[in-house]
Design a protein. Structure first.
Length: 148
């Protein structure tokens, strides 16, 4: 992998950590992008949606300038909230837009001082606005805006 590709991957990983952090979800880049299998994890990110004491969700990050491999998935997703990919004799995969992922994580986040998660009253309106933007081909999140 060339330096430009490696640097681009690092920027995307850092941006995703920043997005999760701004949403109140602790996330960390895995050192060496998982190549060292740090703490038994070969992924790029650790996302602590259930709190720092619980095992993290692990994530792999892929970035492509021309969208090769992603355009077909984006077409299938086409403004829906999720895309299920199910190959014979294999576990199904789920593809989610970032805003749906963050919304789901907000429900998995540790409870606040009152003992329950307080959803953002504007979340549904914002979700619908992001969905409309996605359907119209406009960027719907910080990563997409930076890439546009």
């Amino acid at each position: 992998m060339g330096k430009a590709s490696r640097d681009k991957g690092l920027r995307r990983e850092r941006a995703l950590v920043e997005i999760h952090t701004k949403c109140g979800i602790h996330a960390e880049r895995v050192p060496l992008s998982g190549a060292s299998h740090y703490q038994g994890n070969g992924g790029d990110l650790d996302i602590y949606a259930r709190g720092r004491g619980a095992p993290p969700y692990t994530a792999e990050v892929k970035a492509r300038g021309n969208g090769s491999g992603f355009k077909l998935l984006a077409g299938w997703l086409a403004g829906h909230d999720a895309l299920f990919l199910w190959q014979d004799r294999a576990a199904p995969l789920v593809v989610l837009p970032l805003h749906v992922w963050l919304e789901l994580l907000s429900f998995a986040a540790p409870a606040n001082d009152q003992g329950s998660i307080q959803p953002d009253p504007d979340a549904e309106t914002e979700r619908l606005q992001r969905r409309t933007a996605a359907e119209q081909g406009r960027p719907v999140d910080a990563v997409a805006e930076r890439a546009a």
